[in-house]
Design a binder for this molecule. Structure first.
Ligand code: MBD
Ligand code: FE
Length: 309
């Protein structure tokens, strides 16, 4: 037998009280959000006949999720972060904004404050024996004109698929840099070819994904924040062509326009020129930014994420 009470006046009053709507203190926006969460939650409990055992299993899951620092991983894996992109895309479409490099998810592994360089930088600290990667390109406006002084904030994983800061064994800001474009809008960097990411196999996110019959793997990718005066901040990634998970990303970030060809080069003359012994990889990729519509869409909003350990 299913009993439902969430539609009753007394239940509504109770949830108003529990979300602080009946008091004068606190933050009105927070009250509104908490009230909606409570209403949706009790409806799920009623509609799906959630048992006390299931309820406490969920509470325990949240504790483990927090203790392991995986909340950001779960929202990516459940597609909620991609959903934010779909919503922003729909808003753009409605406003007639089109073209440019598409956005895709930020992911939970950005760290603010990476070292800043003019025009070019080396991202890796030389400790990872991965394939050397040279990536270069330009930042352009919608008319194809170069954007000088644009900031390319780049971050990616090492050959184990781990990110500095979150992986305490890497040096500070390894594989994280900000590069300012030159007068022709050029940026370039040397790094190593990243590997794809896999959710920690013993963690709560993978446990949940396994429970719904899914894997927790991402294709090899490189993250970017792009910003330039008078232009809209862009959060995006490139996904490396040829990866087995390219079209099977657990976080749904791959977009056709963001697939980057990677060329492996073992030309002896070029190896000598570059002072390298083994074959290296090259990626060329240009980014196209929209003009900013409002004052506040040039910068990325604050992120609650530590700068230093
Ligand atoms: C990543 O590297 C990532 O980019 C996302 C979205 C989720 C987990 C790991
Ligand atoms: Fe990533």
């Amino acid at each position: 037998m299913t009993v439902k009470i969430s539609h009753t006046e007394s239940a509504k009053q109770f949830l108003d009280e529990a979300s602080g709507l009946t008091n004068e203190a606190g933050n009105p926006r927070l009250k509104e959000v908490i009230n909606a969460i409570l209403h949706h939650t009790v409806q799920i409990i009623e509609n799906l006949n959630i048992s006390p055992e299931e309820f406490w299993a969920a509470v325990n899951f949240l504790n483990v999720l927090g203790a392991r620092g995986e909340a950001g991983l779960l929202v990516a894996g459940l597609g909620l972060e991609h959903y934010l992109d779909l919503l922003l895309d729909a808003k753009d479409q409605q406003a007639g904004i089109e073209g440019g490099t598409p956005r895709t998810i930020e992911g939970p592994l950005y760290v603010a404050g990476a070292p800043m360089y003019d025009n070019e930088a080396r991202l890796d600290d030389g400790q990872d024996p991965g394939t050397v990667l040279f990536m270069q390109g330009r930042v352009l406006d919608l008319a194809g004109q170069p954007l000088a002084g644009a900031v390319v904030d780049v971050w990616h994983a090492n050959t184990h698929g781990s990110y500095s800061y979150f992986d305490g064994s890497q040096s500070a800001f390894n594989l994280r840099r900000r590069i300012v474009t030159d007068a022709q809008g050029h940026y370039r960097f040397r790094s190593i070819v990243p590997s794809g990411y896999g959710c920690p196999p013993d963690g709560p996110t993978q446990q949940l994904l396994t429970g719904i019959g899914r894997h927790g793997q991402r294709p090899a990718h490189i993250h970017f924040f792009l910003s330039a005066p008078g232009h809209r901040h862009l959060t995006t990634q490139i996904n490396l062509a040829g990866d087995a998970y390219l079209h099977d990303d657990f976080a749904y970030a791959t977009r056709d326009e963001l697939i980057a060809e990677i060329h492996f080069n073992d030309d002896p003359k070029e190896l000598v020129e570059k002072g390298l012994e083994n074959r290296f990889a090259e990626i060329n990729f240009d980014f196209v930014l929209h003009p900013s519509q409002k004052d506040d869409d040039e910068e990325c909003r604050q992120r609650v994420r530590a700068l230093e350990k």
